[in-house]
Design a binder for this molecule. Structure first.
Ligand code: ADP
Ligand code: MG
Length: 238
């Protein structure tokens, strides 16, 4: 049984269909990258998996359970956005603990999780700062930390590095890969950047205009693209 399964997932906005019957199976611990040109439906698909949005047709299952109508909060997944979405009036420490304080979690457990995430992401010296006192890379570390403290069963990352300059993007990419290796938690990573997809993914899902064109390991995608679109997009010989 796969951890996350999409079955004929379709989404329309105001009668216009943007996701057309997507079937997909994601196994526990995979680092799956959704790649495709701007507007192809990457963010929409991720929002449907996260529960921030509902499909118009089809179903989403987690560990074999139909969660199509289950709220985002009850799916056990954590989303990280391109725009960080940190609370500007709170310190880093408060940003990290905020999501946990509304739960019944013991205070010592909250403190422990925040400390552990801060250690993992090298942001311990920043815990008493506010987001405006951080660089872009530091802000994105805090946003990732906020997902880690929730101990999710999967991370959903929507172009998390695209606001960073090229050099930082490369080093943060390596950090994310290391984090994935260390935690072993499933990641679904959205990007429009082919190189990012090829370097990070255990499997790549190529999307085009709301449809899956191909699902394959990076090297297989490069060596055996399913069609001219995939070959052209990934930059493989065709
Ligand atoms: P990507 O993340 O791949 O750039 P999106 O998932 O954001 O693409 O968008 C896919 C398509 O759905 C686009 O044509 C976009 O305009 C449309 N779309 C996304 N969200 C909405 C919405 N809330 N209302 C109407 N159209 C939307
Ligand atoms: Mg997007």
């Amino acid at each position: 049984m796969s951890q996350i399964a999409l079955k004929g997932v379709t989404k329309s906005f105001g009668g216009v269909s943007v996701i057309h019957g997507v079937d997909l199976d994601i196994e526990t611990g995979e680092l799956v990258v959704f790649v495709g040109p701007s507007g192809c439906g990457k963010s929409t698909l991720l929002r449907l998996i996260s529960g921030l949005d509902q499909p118009s047709a089809g179903a989403i299952e987690i560990d074999g359970r139909d969660v199509t109508r289950v709220s985002a909060a009850d799916r056990g997944l954590a989303m990280v956005f391109q725009s960080y979405a940190l609370y500007p009036h709170m310190t880093v420490r408060q940003n990290l603990s905020f999501g946990l304080e509304n739960t019944r979690m013991a205070k010592a457990e909250v403190t422990g999780r925040v400390a552990e995430a801060a250690r993992m992401l090298n942001i311990e010296p920043l815990l008493d700062r506010r987001p405006t006192q951080l660089s872009g890379g530091q802000r994105q570390r805090v946003a990732i930390g906020r997902a880690i403290v929730r101990n999710p069963t999967a991370f959903l990352l929507d172009e998390p590095l695209s606001n960073l300059d090229a050099e930082l993007r490369v080093s943060m990419r390596a950090e994310l890969a290391a984090l994935h290796a260390r935690l072993g938690t499933t990641m679904i990573y959205v990007t429009h950047d082919q190189i990012e997809a090829m370097t990070l993914a255990s499997r790549i899902v190529v999307l085009r205009a709301g449809r899956v064109e191909q699902v394959a390991r990076p090297l297989d995608l490069f060596n055996r693209p399913a069609n001219l679109f995939v070959a052209g997009f990934i930059g493989a010989p065709s």
